[in-house]
Ligand binder design. Structure first.
Ligand SMILES: Nc1ncnc2c1ncn2[C@@H]1O[C@H](COP(=O)(O)OP(=O)(O)OP(=O)(O)O)[C@@H](O)[C@H]1O
Ligand SMILES: [Mg+2]
Length: 303
């Protein structure tokens, strides 16, 4: 087992920037047959890493988004009444759910925001995670196939207003925390997205590649500054950086002069950031002012 080589292969095949140690920890947890709880702010690559791991291991990625609608039978599966009437409680009448499917075939069950699941649904997971079986009353017990793993996420801020995660359930995971990546890596992620965007559009003009880099560098800086802004309760995720950068690249393709005009950055910034940051309740300014403030402080170094 050469885990370092495996990590490098995952990074390369799935275009993951950085996250070497985190991917390695995921592999170590998997080989130790442990289920993983990924905890990190919005946009810190929780889904990206789980997907890349699943694809690398040739496993189906079975996704459940935590919400109060995910009742226990949604997760485990249920008997279809017309089938039961016709054939009785047989396997054919049983509609497999994400948990029973992934256990039976040893796949990855990805539960986004585990804490949003109702408590009764969280309880169903206990025996599955611990003892590797799930009781389907009137039918059989499903035993988890080798390779079955639950990867779940928790967003630190989403504790407010959602049912909390039971201690017993938390006890069954190993924990991996994801911080924001470095400025270099975030810039690289944005530039990679711009390259993908360019490939998907049929731009036939000769594009000055320095422009793509410049847009990426400025966008990453603006994004990061929002996280330290005193008037913001929640700063921006990498998605805001990707959005402002893509809007600016489109402006540039439309008219190369526009990249030099601050007004275009302010407009793109409002579009990209307004839905992704939150004002401190006590602050007496507006989102628009804060966004302009952040953009101005970055652009002044690029005149
Ligand atoms: N290390 C990385 N390498 C390449 N792309 C990345 C990386 N981190 C994040 N991204 C990109 O940033 C975006 C957000 O990442 P992702 O969806 O994985 O975050 P998340 O933690 O699951 O967010 P959320 O909490 O909103 O679910 C995606 O478009 C993803 O492609
Ligand atoms: Mg996600």
């Amino acid at each position: 087992m050469d885990l370092d080589a495996e990590v490098r292969e995952i990074q390369q095949k799935h275009k993951i920037i950085g996250r070497f140690n985190e991917l390695k920890k995921i592999l170590i947890a998997y080989h130790s047959r442990k289920n993983i709880l990924l905890e990190g702010e919005i946009g810190t690559s929780k889904t990206t890493l789980a997907r890349a791991f699943s694809a690398y291991k040739d496993k189906n990625f079975i996704r459940v988004d935590g919400s109060e609608d995910v009742l226990s039978h949604v997760l485990t599966g249920y008997f279809d009444p017309p089938h039961v009437l016709e054939k009785g409680y047989v396997e054919e009448a049983f509609i497999y759910g994400p948990l029973s499917t992934s256990m039976k075939s040893g796949e990855v069950l990805f539960i986004n925001e585990l804490n949003r699941l109702p408590e009764s649904t969280q309880n169903v997971l206990l025996s599955a995670l611990d003892e590797g079986f799930l009781d389907i009353p009137k039918l059989f017990q499903i035993h988890s196939e080798k390779g079955f793993i639950v990867i779940t996420t928790l967003n630190p801020r989403s504790h407010i207003g959602t049912s909390s995660l039971g201690e017993a359930l938390k006890d069954r995971f190993v924990w991996l925390s994801l911080d924001y990546q470095s400025e270099e890596e975030e810039t690289e992620i944005i530039i990679q997205k711009l390259d993908d965007f360019l490939k998907s559009t049929e731009v036939d003009q000769d594009l000055d590649l320095n422009i793509v880099d410049k847009i990426g560098i400025i966008s990453a800086k603006i994004t990061r500054i929002t996280r330290k802004h005193p008037n913001l309760r929640r700063g921006a995720s990498i998605r805001a950086g990707i959005d402002i950068a893509t809007l600016m690249l489109t402006n540039y393709l439309n008219n190369p002069q526009q990249i030099e005009q601050d007004a275009f950055w302010y407009d793109a910034g409002e579009m990209a950031f307004s839905t992704k940051i939150e004002l401190e309740e006590s602050s007496d300014t507006t989102l628009k002012n804060v966004i302009h403030d952040c953009i101005r402080s970055v652009l002044k170094d690029f005149q």
